[in-house]
Design a protein around this ligand. Structure first.
Ligand SMILES: NC(=O)c1nn(CC2CCNCC2)c2c1CCc1cnc(N=C3C=CCC=C3)nc1-2
Length: 327
């Protein structure tokens, strides 16, 4: 959205965003009051900010240009912006489960991404606070994440780093998925792919180690360095397990030991793990990515939706529903 022009707006002009049909005023950091830091990455800082014209809250991701280039992260930043733009131009009213990119601007030193603010933060602290979710909460949030993956995958995008820290909650406690820096845009969609700059490498090549979070990475990413939409279904299985058990399925003292457990499918269900949830997790945490529940579905993940764990849930009206209380 553009900031209103200083001469005010007629109703007709509101549609165009400015009173005199001039192009929207160029945005700058001066249009915002920057508040607390809500997230820090290796080359970005995310602030809670308020728009001085409308007092609306945003999350503004600020990237230092020099650092991006030095860390060879230009491709990541371009990829994330490309994914957010694709999501913006393909909004799904029944599955608005992603942070929104409102605008971008820059100054000599920084790039600014003005994103929607998910007021209730990450899903993870809610799991940790109550120890584990009851089945109603696990079903609801598992279903919203599944719907988000259906939409993301329908656009030819794989998240590749889905984890409770990247699943945010908006002011109504609905899911808002974020952090598309590791996302992959599948080539079968006619879209320009960001060119790698000389010397720039993928998350694997530079250090020959996975950049991301070990606990949720799929076995195929570890063994064949390949990913597919089914890799996000593996992460969904890990997250559903964690919502019920309170911890992810694959835990160990080091990344290497976690990877060993993943490729050997070495995990257990604690006593009392809800049987329908257990059956669903077992059907998602399958080493062969083509045999995971949903991997052969075309369009929606019908075989996941119809699993008896989700029985009775209306997937088409989730965003209109009131999320179950977490306690
Ligand atoms: N890297 C990002 O793009 C990003 N990082 N954050 C905060 C991170 C905190 C650690 N876990 C991952 C997210 C955000 C965004 C997008 C846009 C975004 C929108 N709303 C929030 N909201 C928060 C509210 C309270 C605590 C943390 C985040 N945060 C973000």
């Amino acid at each position: 959205s553009s900031s209103a022009s200083s001469t005010g707006c007629s109703t007709a002009a509101v549609a165009t965003g400015t009173a005199n049909n001039a192009p929207p005023a160029k945005q700058s950091a001066k249009d915002y009051i920057f508040g607390k830091v809500i997230g820090e990455g290796s080359f970005s800082t995310v602030y809670l900010a308020k728009d001085i014209h409308h007092s609306k809250e945003y999350a503004i991701k600020v990237c230092e240009k020099r650092h991006i280039v030095k860390e060879l992260k230009v491709e990541y930043v371009k990829q994330e912006k490309e994914v957010l733009n694709i999501l913006n131009s393909n909004q799904n009213k029944t599955a608005p489960f992603f942070v929104k990119l409102y605008s971008t601007f820059q100054d000599n030193e920084r790039l600014y991404f003005v994103l929607s603010y998910a007021k209730n933060g990450e899903l993870l602290p809610y799991i940790n606070k109550v120890g584990s979710f009851d089945i109603q909460c696990t079903r609801f949030y598992g279903a919203e994440i599944l719907r988000a993956l259906e939409h993301l995958h329908s656009l030819g995008i794989i998240h590749r780093d889905l984890k409770p820290e990247n699943i945010l909650l908006d002011e109504r406690m609905h899911v808002q998925i974020t952090d598309f820096g590791s996302a992959k845009i599948l080539d079968d969609k006619p879209r320009p792919q960001p060119r790698r700059r000389d010397g720039e490498q993928s998350s694997w090549q530079r250090r020959n180690s996975f950049v991301g979070t070990a606990q949720y990475v799929s076995p195929e990413l570890l063994t064949e360095k390949s990913v597919s939409k089914s890799s996000d279904l593996w992460a969904l299985g890990c997250i559903i397990y964690q919502m019920v058990a309170g911890l992810p399925p694959f835990v160990a003292r080091s990344e290497y030991l976690i990877f060993q457990k993943i490729i050997k499918l070495e995990y257990e269900f604690p006593d009392g793990f809800e049987p329908k949830a257990k059956d669903l997790v077992q059907k998602l945490l399958v080493l062969d990515s083509t045999n995971r529940l949903g991997a052969k579905d075309i369009g929606n993940y019908t075989s996941v939706r119809s699993h008896h764990f989700f029985a009775g849930l209306d997937f088409e009206t989730l965003y209109k529903q009131t999320p179950p209380p977490i306690y």
